[in-house]
Design a protein around this ligand. Structure first.
Ligand code: BGC
Length: 663
């Protein structure tokens, strides 16, 4: 269900005024709290606490609604259809005395309000249990969960299981905008028991790992997703001594230099489920990527920002990355990602009041105060003011209430929160690499940041290549000045004299230039490596021996695009996996643009996206069209949906072309 953000009712939901309802039992050992509510639905969380003296092995909770109805859940197995029974997942079934576990779910209100039902179950009557998993399984509720069907939601929406065993609604675009709308049919599964666990993941369904739960810092759920991610991210952080915990003894947050170092990052379960549903998708499905707040409604729709943050806590994640992407006149030089706000329609005020303010309210909740929250600030915006002022929308965006004002406001507000790390977007080397663009951008972007309340201290650094495809480096073209056929390599048609062939050197030089421009030497860079791998069968394996410059470059370059300005749905490959400190000056390689999400709709004859009616067809997304500036084909993949929507064929291709290759 798509809801638009409304000030007032929506805001109070955003603020997460969670109402904890203790169970009817004498001890408050099961509690139900509504974490988010919108016109048609809600998300809620149940926390089960072992308040007895002995270990509990396995638990269940039962409840009944008057009119509400569950549509999907996480971190528990749900059976029945009102009354409902939730049972542990195996890996979160063991509770030491005093330990709690939480699980969550989403539901339809069916015309009523979000209810607070009475809870019953193993631990909900104040009693303790030392029962074994098998004795719990013998209870009616639990045996249902082991053997009977997961209930089907109405309207053909099947409940699916993800690889860590929770259920979700497959055709959930109408419910939560999770994005299964393209060519995916509704599938009803009958049980979560048979789902295969992905490679290397602790737990799965009944292969419970007590240690993974026992080692959970918060004694709430330590998701198996994050356990595996933790190892993949931190393994790249060689001998980092940095502690994941950044709380001082008095609970005050201590800011760190690099919020990625030695930390476990949040895995977006919605993207993860999309990825898992594709052949071979498990190879990357448990990697962390950014959550995009690309319109006001994104703050509350589905699980919303708060739901993601809660899930991050459940995963035991320490770093959460999201994208601030809703400036008025957004995407001013293109059409594919035009946004909901216009400068001429009070956009700057709306951006402040209805976008940044509710985001800040959520991020300010005390329960998130230990998370490192990384904010990617407004992809492609200021770079458009460097090179695209011939576009009327960009001209307007260069003025009052435009991009600089919006970004300064965002940085000021987020700058009030000690645990938020803002990285301002600087496009990529194929855009700002030429020396005149580069120096103008250093000036303009530097001045914008300096104009904030905290000045140069309002950011942790800059981010390059967000949602783009530019490789980290060209392994067979290491020297842009090398002479071939009497000409420097950088003068080839493909490079057009741009001295930067890849993001790594560009990012490092940008950082140096900004330090010279007055920024502190601890600023760091991020590079989006989600789609810049350029592996697969067409990847060159060595340097060309041609003496014709263009042939030499075309046969040597790994970037297979027709033109470096081609940005829409390119046949790139998954690049370097997210990792901290991969190179000097680089805080992390991150995945900003989740693989398999479209860059823009391919056809000019399109239905508007109901979430984002301003999004249009950009000619750069037309597979049969030319890049108008370069006069070469766009190379865009066919059959693409609107920007941000799930585009499975693109995901499959990115897997095929991954570099480094996937296991
Ligand atoms: C779209 C956003 C989307 C993001 C991530 C952008 O191109 O405009 O709506 O959230 O990509 O897929």
């Amino acid at each position: 269900m798509i809801t638009t953000f409304k000030k007032g009712s929506g805001l109070s939901a955003v603020l997460g005024l969670a109402i904890a309802a203790a169970s009817h039992g004498a001890a408050a050992d099961c509690s139900y709290s509504i974490s988010n509510e919108w016109s048609s639905g809600y998300t809620a969380e149940i926390t089960v606490t072992n308040d007895g003296n002995s270990t509990v092995n396995g638990w269940d909770v039962n409840w009944q609604y008057n009119s509400n109805q569950l549509t999907n859940s996480w971190n528990a197995q749900i059976s029945g259809s009102n009354p409902y029974t939730a049972t542990d997942m195996g890996w979160n079934g063991t509770l030491q005395p005093g330990q709690s576990v939480s699980f969550g779910f989403q539901g339809n209100k069916n015309g009523g309000s979000a209810e607070q039902p009475t809870l019953e179950g193993t631990l909900c009557d104040g009693g303790t249990s030392s029962s074994s998993a098998s004795s719990v399984a013998s209870s009616v509720a639990s045996s249902e969960a082991q053997s009977s069907s997961v209930s089907s939601a109405p309207d053909g929406e099947g409940l699916q299981c993800n690889w860590y065993g929770t259920t979700y609604s497959l055709c959930s675009d109408t419910q939560s905008g999770w994005g299964y709308e393209d060519g995916e049919s509704c599938v009803s599964r009958t049980t979560c028991e048979s789902q295969p666990a992905p490679y290397g993941v602790v737990g799965g369904n009944n292969s419970s790992s007590e240690s993974s739960v026992a080692s959970s810092v918060s004694s709430s759920v330590s998701s198996s997703v994050s356990s595996s991610v933790s190892s993949s991210v931190s393994s790249s952080v060689s001998s980092s001594a940095s502690s994941a915990s950044s709380s001082a003894p008095d609970g005050d947050y201590v800011r760190v230099d690099n919020p990625f170092e030695g930390t476990q990052m949040y895995v977006n379960p919605m993207w993860s489920e999309n990825a898992m549903a594709r052949p071979g998708g498990e190879a990357i499905a448990n990697e962390p990527s950014a959550v995009w707040m690309d319109r006001r409604g994104a703050i509350t729709d589905g699980i919303g920002l708060k739901g993601h943050l809660d899930e991050a806590l459940n995963q035991g994640a320490e770093t959460f990355m999201f994208v601030v992407y809703n400036l008025p006149n957004r995407d001013c030089a293109a059409l594919a990602s035009n946004g909901e706000l216009r400068i001429s329609e009070n956009g700057f005020q709306l951006y402040q009041d209805e976008y940044i303010a509710p985001i800040k309210e959520i991020l300010s909740l005390p329960k998130y105060s230990d998370l490192h929250i990384v904010a990617i600030i407004e992809v492609d915006s200021l770079p458009n003011l460097v090179t695209n002022l011939d576009e009327p929308d960009c001209q307007e965006a260069a003025g009052p209430g435009g991009y600089a004002d919006g970004i300064q406001h965002a940085l000021n507000e987020l700058g009030d929160l000690p645990n938020v790390y803002s990285y301002v977007d600087i496009a990529h080397s194929g855009w700002l690499g030429w020396s005149d663009n580069f120096s103008e951008a250093v000036q303009l972007i530097g001045d914008t940041v300096k104009g904030t309340e905290k000045g140069v201290d309002s950011i942790a650094g800059y981010v390059t290549n967000s949602a783009n495809y530019t490789p980290l480096e060209e392994p067979y073209l290491p020297d842009p000045s090398l002479q071939v056929g009497g000409q420097p390599v950088r003068s080839a048609s493909f490079y057009e004299w741009n001295p930067y062939f890849g993001e790594l050197e560009f990012a490092q030089d940008w950082r140096d230039a900004m330090i010279q421009n007055g920024f502190p030497s601890d600023i760091g860079m991020l590079i989006d490596t989600g789609r810049n791998g350029w592996g697969g069968p067409d990847r060159p394996t060595g340097v060309s021996d041609s003496s014709d410059l263009d042939t030499y470059v075309d046969e040597s370059r790994i970037d297979r695009r027709y033109h470096r300005g081609n940005w829409c749905n390119q046949p790139g490959g998954v690049g370097e996996r997210p990792q901290a400190n991969p190179a000097p000056g680089i805080d992390a390689y991150v995945w900003v643009k989740p693989q398999g999400e479209s860059d823009g709709i391919s056809t000019a004859d399109f239905e508007p996206d109901p979430n984002d009616p301003a999004k249009q067809h950009d000619p750069m997304c037309g597979p049969d069209e030319n890049n108008p500036d370069a006069g070469v084909p766009t190379g865009a993949l066919p059959n693409a949906p609107h920007a941000g929507r799930w585009f499975p064929e693109a995901f499959d291709l990115l897997l095929d072309n991954a570099y480094p290759p996937l296991d």
